[in-house]
Structure formats: C-alpha cells, structure tokens
Design a protein around this ligand. Structure first.
Ligand SMILES: Cc1cc2nc3c(=O)[nH]c(=O)nc-3n(C[C@H](O)[C@H](O)[C@H](O)COP(=O)(O)O)c2cc1C
Length: 215
C-alpha cells in the first residue's frame, strides 16, 4: 500500500469481525511498532498481545467501567450537547466507542502498550501509530484507546500479572481485527486553520482546502 493512502485512511476502525488476526500479521505489526523512534532510543516499552477469551473476559468489565466513568466525569454532558446541536459525526464517534466497550471480548486482538521512565509520556505513541499503520497495510482495522490504562490501570495490571511497583504505565490498548465497515478518508479541520506562522495567531501563507490524497 502506498504510504499516503495509509496515512490518510488509518481511521478508528472499532467495529471488527471476530475472525482471528493471523500470527504473521501480528508479528509484522509488532515488528513495525518496535522500529519506531523513542526518546534517546530508550525503547522503554513492553507489549502484550491479548487474544485469549479468559483474559478478555477479565479485562472487558474493567474497560466498560472505565468507559462509563469517563462519560460521567471528563466527558460529562458531551453526548447531550452533541444531540442538542445535531452533531451527527460526534454522536457517531460516541456510538462507535460504545460498541467497542460493549464488544470488548469479541475483538479478536488487543495489543497493550506499556511504557516507563518516560517523563514526557510521548515515547510510546510513534510506536503505537507504527503498529496501527502496519495493521492498515494488512487490512486490519485498529483503534487506539487509553481509557483502560488511565482509569483502571492497577486493576488491569492485576489481571495481566504486570508488576505494580516497576513504574509501568498502560499507555494504550489497541483493538485490532478485520473491519466490518469501509476504509475512508479521515475528515479533519484544514491544516491552515490550526497552524500559525512565527507567532501565535499569525496565519500561514498556504492553504490546503481539500485533502492532498483522496483515493
Ligand atoms: C490518545 C487517544 C486516545 C483515545 N482513546 C480512545 C478511547 O479510550 N476509546 C475509544 O473508543 N477511542 C479512543 N480514541 C480514538 C479516537 O476517538 C479517534 O481516533 C478519533 O475519534 C478520530 O477517529 P477517526 O480517525 O476515525 O476520524 C483515542 C484516540 C487517541 C489518539
């Protein structure tokens, strides 16, 4: 697959079929992940692939608790506000995220990304994105989620046997499987609307009104 197509179409593909992700594809995803840069090339990461029903059965309720808590705290009022303004695209994201929470156990593969000794917290995400791009190249849909780690991290560690006292953080849980929907272009605010030149608030000289790749 062409790089630009992968960059422009690697969406949050939460709705996936239960069919397993072949082992060689999992290996390719992990190999791409560990090629990514990290601060000082420290590679302070560990990864865990989760496919076993008993492990997913133990994590699913924690994920749903975390998702529910997020709705009641940080995301409180968002759904109602989106409904009030008729924002179908925001509502779609919420429905899709609900689906993922409700179907945690049906997702064939979860890849968990753990990091430590990373003061900025940024070192893991290029690797997570590499993993997601590699998955895209193999026709596997993924979704980066963080809610399990930041709202039920210690409980997830107990399930997974992760030591609680070694400084690890569950930075991401990436769902993966063959998508039920279609790949599409990611819709975003145009770059010139969110990019300044030299000083805060100063416009850039260029504009890209339509995505430079559109299939
Ligand atoms: C840092 C980060 C955390 C995210 N956490 C969650 C999450 O906990 N649950 C979820 O369903 N999606 C999560 N997402 C997925 C976003 O909702 C998704 O990337 C965004 O809506 C854009 O989707 P699109 O590329 O399909 O347009 C997360 C994405 C990022 C980058």
């Amino acid at each position: 697959m062409e790089l630009t197509e992968a960059l422009y179409t690697t969406r949050a593909m939460r709705r996936v079929a239960p069919d397993p992700v072949p082992e060689e594809v999992v290996a390719a995803m992990m190999d791409a992940a560990v090629r990514a840069p990290s601060g000082g090339n420290s590679q302070n990461w560990r990864w865990m692939t989760v496919t076993a029903p008993d492990v997913k059965d133990a994590l699913g309720p924690l994920y749903r608790e975390a998702w529910q808590e997020l709705q009641e705290t940080i995301y409180a009022g968002r759904r109602e506000a989106a409904e009030a303004r008729g924002d179908e695209s925001a509502l779609q994201v919420m429905r899709s995220a609900d689906w993922l929470a409700e179907h945690f156990e049906d997702v064939p593969l979860w890849v968990l990304a753990f990091s430590r000794n990373d003061p900025s917290g940024a070192s893991i995400y290029p690797a997570v994105w590499n993993l997601m791009l590699a998955a895209r190249g193999h026709g596997i849909g993924t979704c980066l989620t963080t809610v399990l780690g930041f709202l039920r991290g210690p409980q997830a560690f107990d399930v997974l046997g992760v030591p609680q006292d070694k400084g690890w953080t569950l930075s991401a849980a990436v769902s993966a499987g063959y998508p039920l929907g279609r790949w599409g272009l990611a819709k975003r605010a145009p770059a010139q609307h969110v990019t300044y030149a030299e000083r805060w608030g100063e416009p850039v000289a260029w504009a890209v009104d339509e995505p430079l790749w559109n299939g």
